[in-house]
Ligand binder design. Sequence first.
Ligand code: ATP
Length: 341
Amino acid sequence: MATVETRALIKRFDSGTNAVDGIDLSVREGEFMVLLGPSGSGKTTLLRMIAGLEQPTSGDILLDGQVITGLPPRARNMAMVFQSYALYPHLNVFRNIAFPLRAQGMARGSIQEKVDWAAKMFGISALLQRKPRQLSGGERQRVALARAVVREPVVFLLDEPLSNLDAKLRISARDELQQFQRHLETTTIYVTHDQVEALALGDRIVVLDHGSIHQIGTPQEVYERPADTFVATFIGAPPMNLVQRQGQPTLGFRPEHFLPQAAYNDTSQLRRFPFHILRVENLGSNHLVYGELLPPMPPVKAIARIPSTVEVVLERGATSEFAIKEHRLHAFDPDTGLRLD
Ligand code: ATP
């Protein structure tokens, strides 16, 4: 187990913009930390600097409190798993997993033992003689993870390891990954642009954009108390509704908290909004209602997510009274976008 810290970490490429723009991060022992952000936000660059594959322009990286900024990757005892898995196509699964151990000069008997242990943990013992091309995407992913685990690294660095899997396999692979991590208790830093994956996996999530941190928090914190309008709209699908008002704080509310007034038994502390319905989408377990707010609100588009258990007739073209519990409203500074309470 290990802690990882970055201090004022900056990476400037020749293009002149800072891909990573002054990041202070502190990952705890055994923690599953997710780096979440849109494409180009600097996630991969940050991970590669931690791995030692990229040198920072300035700033420091610490492992267990020791500065490791100048150390080569092999001296860091971290294992990185890439999106592509980077398996050796001409080697069978056994040799792929054994590769880092051979490179260390480990004795044959010990290698056999380690590979068997890792293969068993990832359920791939029957596949050891196959070549990577004879494996499914999910199996390849397990081989890549087994190869990472086998040298017992102190830190796992994972760069979108599930992105090549189909939607169904992704969910089961996600669960497995979480179980392995909990079992091994290895400090893990995991890159994704998928907010659902981030919420499902992370002990904490770092939300990045343009090389800067917008928020660090538990899945619950970033969802329930987003630090700014970027986090509010990046996390959650459909995103949080935002209403910009002349000379007043920007108002935010999540689609699932914006319901027809008739859906509330307890009508205390309700803020009411007349809502003009433009379109209703039936998703089975709930309905998405697309519409526009009416005066006294500005004419802003908004979305409501209504559980199918709520029996209210919603018709396109109708105007209906919608409402939100006061404590579900978020307020943001209209100029900076920062949360106000
Ligand atoms: P994605 O989700 O698309 O992988 P990301 O958040 O991982 O994106 P990075 O790959 O870290 O983002 O890239 C951050 C920024 O740095 C981008 O603007 C990218 O174009 C730039 N960048 C990354 N690598 C290099 C490089 N080797 N040379 C120049 N610019 C680079």
